[in-house]
Design a protein around this ligand. Structure first.
Ligand SMILES: C[S@@+](CC[C@H](N)C(=O)[O-])C[C@H]1O[C@@H](n2cnc3c(N)ncnc32)[C@H](O)[C@@H]1O
Length: 238
């Protein structure tokens, strides 16, 4: 198990108390919806979310779609999401603790609505928010996600942009465990998506978000305001 995974198990209990995490999800939600098909079509979609965490985005997206399979590698995060589900409607979310490497992984085969197992289940949409900067090999991940989609399906991801050396300040120096890169670069995401076989690839600024960062890197004093651009990147499986 990676050190990043241990970090997220430890972080899970207090994850939702972080204002910047809540704000990022609140801004990401409309960024997704405004680029996805209208409600009549979206409501038929089976969605796979990678790195759902405690389900902040999953719970917001679920009323707009048919089903949502929420995958996270950290048991602590999945436990927090599972605890929220009895009071959530509609009951169309299935939490799955997995580090997904195989599109045919049976752990994502159960339909959250019917509870029926479907072998080699495929999805209309894959989403992932604030996860790419933790992924050691994005080309391998995008290749898996490509395999998880139906033909004509969409992958749509959001993360903060690597706009230069200052992007490192997104995380305090003491919390770099599991951080593989300081945001994502436009050209890199495009290359990862196209390399996996996606077409009609788009990379746009989704929103900008204020976040308090360390006044001096390594000081532990988190009182300096910075603005971070977030990218939304998507493509279609032919
Ligand atoms: C920064 S958190 C974001 C969580 C959530 N999307 C949010 O915005 O609150 C990153 C999450 O990705 C998960 N993660 C990292 N790599 C993963 C992988 N390969 N498969 C599934 N989850 C992964 C971590 O366990 C962690 O919960």
């Amino acid at each position: 198990m990676s050190s990043g995974n241990e970090r997220f198990n430890e972080d899970a209990l207090a994850w939702d108390t972080q204002p910047s995490v809540q704000r990022a999800t609140a801004l990401a939600h409309p960024a997704y919806l405004s680029r996805l098909p209208p409600p009549a079509t979206l409501s038929t979609y089976d969605v796979l979310e990678i790195g759902s965490g405690t389900g902040l985005l999953s719970l917001r997206i679920s009323p707009s779609v048919r089903s949502l399979t929420a995958v996270d590698a950290a048991e602590g995060m999945i436990a927090m999401l599972t605890a929220k589900l009895p009071t959530h409607t509609p009951p169309n979310i299935l939490p799955v603790c997995a580090l997904l490497e195989d599109p045919d992984d049976p752990r994502i085969g159960t339909d959250p609505v019917t509870n029926n197992f479907v072998r080699n289940r495929r999805f209309d949409l894959v989403i992932s928010h604030l996860v790419l900067h933790h992924i050691p090999s994005p080309p391998a991940l995008f290749s898996t996600l490509y395999g998880c989609l139906k033909s004509g399906g969409t992958v749509m991801v959001t993360d903060y942009e690597d706009f230069g050396p200052e992007a490192r300040r997104f995380h305090p120096e003491s919390r770099m465990d599991g951080v593989e890169r300081h945001g994502v670069r436009r050209a890199d995401v495009r290359a990862w998506l196209e390399g996996a076989g996606f077409v009609d690839v788009r990379v746009e600024t989704a929103f900008e978000m204020e976040k308090k960062v360390e006044t001096e890197p390594g000081s532990g004093v988190i009182e300096h305001d910075m603005v971070f651009p977030f990218l939304i990147c998507w493509g279609t499986k032919p």
